[in-house]
Write a protein of this length. Structure first.
Length: 287
């Protein structure tokens, strides 16, 4: 509500960043955020809808693959289409809001060419005559300013890029603004890849820990008494899955070489996995 407050004319970037942080912190964050944003984008108050679209675009830039996956589903795309369609809210949505929604969907067809549903939704709008021509994406439109960047941004650690961006943003020449926009976009992409890497590492380590815990329980039960056929089948499935996780851990370790803490975490998970696999092999050999 604060981030989309129709009574304010300027974007509340501090609040928008808190919203993005909450989306990233909650496993169900993207799903809930998109439900809320769809409701706000459909608001009869133009300023509220425009603010919501800014929040949406900022989430796309800051909230990574989980958010992209949810926004690319027909469930959410249909809510945006309703704002444009004369059968729904298109009859009273302002031209400014409809133009911005069209620009957002079209920009996603450029940024996410692999998302078939986004491509299909946009082509349907063109086929129905709701969108008559592709909007021109303004190259000198600067993406959200530095304030909503996540902590430990590349701009915070790369002094050279930070100085270059500051210089370009102060310029009044259109070509410098275009260069700043390209720089921001490249850094956002780099940061999204970094966040995806962190997410992959966390998910893999979590899966390794859970699988090792279950294997340990079954092996301990075996020491006390014979395992049932169902338990042996479960143990075999866990063993096969853990074998497949080993090369993934090696790849994660090579990605984390520059981060001592992350590397230590991956190596610790690898040690646990090797120990559990070794004990499981001993069980098979003894039988």
């Amino acid at each position: 509500d604060e981030a989309t407050d129709p009574s304010i004319s300027e974007e509340n970037w501090a609040c928008i960043q808190r919203f993005c942080d909450q989306v990233n912190a909650d496993m169900e964050g993207p799903l809930f955020a998109l439900r809320l944003l769809a409701h706000k984008i459909q608001s009869p108050q133009e300023q509220e809808a425009l603010h919501a679209l800014t929040v949406l675009e900022t989430c796309v830039n800051n909230c990574g693959d989980r958010f992209h996956s949810e926004m690319a589903k027909f469930r959410f795309l249909n809510e945006l289409i309703k704002v444009l369609s004369p059968k729904y809210y298109g009859i009273w949505s302002s031209e400014k809001v409809k133009s911005r929604v069209t620009e957002v969907i079209f920009s996603w067809t450029v940024w996410f060419p692999q998302e078939v549903k986004i491509q299909d939704a946009y082509q349907m709008l063109k086929k129905q005559g709701i969108v008559k021509e592709d909007p021109k994406l303004p190259e000198d439109k600067i993406l959200p300013p530095p304030s909503p960047r996540p902590q430990n941004s590349i701009f915070d650690t790369d002094e050279e890029k930070s100085k270059l961006l500051a210089k370009l943003l102060k310029s009044s020449h259109p070509e410098d603004l275009q260069a700043a926009n390209r720089l921001i976009q490249s850094v956002i992409k780099e940061e999204q890849e970094k966040l995806a890497q962190v997410s992959r590492r966390a998910n893999t380590i979590s899966e390794v820990s859970e699988n090792v815990r279950r294997m340990d329980e079954l092996l301990e039960n075996h020491r006390r008494h014979e395992l049932s056929p169902a338990d042996l089948e479960t143990l075999q499935a866990l063993f096969q899955r853990c074998e497949k996780l080993r090369p993934l851990l090696f790849r994660l370790a090579s990605e984390a070489v520059a981060d001592e803490e992350a590397l230590a975490e991956v190596l610790q998970a690898s040690d646990k996995l090797s120990r559990a696999l070794g004990q499981c092999r001993q069980l098979v050999a003894s039988q």
